[in-house]
Design a protein around this ligand. Structure first.
Ligand code: MN
Length: 128
C-alpha cells in the first residue's frame, strides 16, 4: 500500500514521529515546515492526502487549509488537521476552513496510520 502524503508541520519531533509511522505504513511522506512552502509544494506536486498542523509560524493551519482549498486542483484531496488544540470549537473551525478530518496530538502511534487510511477511504482516494 502506498500513498503520497504532504505533512505541513513546523515541529521536528512531530514530523519525525508522523513520518516514521506513515513510512512504516507504506506511505511516501513529503515535508513542508510552514504554510507558504506547503501551499507551494501542493500546487506543484501530486498528493493523495495533506496533513496540516494548526499551530504554524506566521500563517496558521486554518489559513493554510483555506488557501489550499482555493486551488481547484486540490478540491478532492483530503486535508486533515493535526493539532494539539483541545479547546472546544477547534474541530468545527478546522472543518469550516476546509479540512475533511481532524486528529488530535499527541498522535496515537497505534491508530494514527489507520486514521489516515480511513480519511483516504472516505474521500474515495484509496492509495494505490
Ligand atoms: Mn506547530
Amino acid at each position: 500500500m502506498t500513498g503520497r502524503v504532504l505533512l505541513i508541520e513546523d515541529n521536528e519531533a512531530n514530523r519525525y514521529l508522523a513520518t516514521y509511522l506513515l513510512e512504516h505504513g507504506g506511505f511516501h511522506v513529503s515535508h513542508a515546515p510552514d504554510g507558504p512552502s506547503g501551499i507551494d509544494r501542493a500546487s506543484t506536486e501530486p498528493f493523495d492526502i495533506i496533513l496540516i498542523d494548526i499551530e504554524l509560524p506566521g500563517m496558521d493551519g486554518y489559513a493554510v487549509t483555506a488557501a489550499l482549498r482555493g486551488n481547484p486542483a486540490l478540491a478532492d484531496v483530503p486535508m486533515v488537521a493535526v493539532t494539539s488544540h483541545a479547546m472546544h470549537g477547534d474541530r468545527e473551525k478546522a472543518l469550516a476552513s476546509g479540512c475533511t478530518g481532524y486528529i488530535e496530538k499527541p498522535v496515537n502511534p497505534v491508530t494514527f496510520v489507520r486514521e489516515i487510511r480511513d480519511q483516504l477511504g472516505r474521500s474515495g482516494r484509496e492509495p494505490r
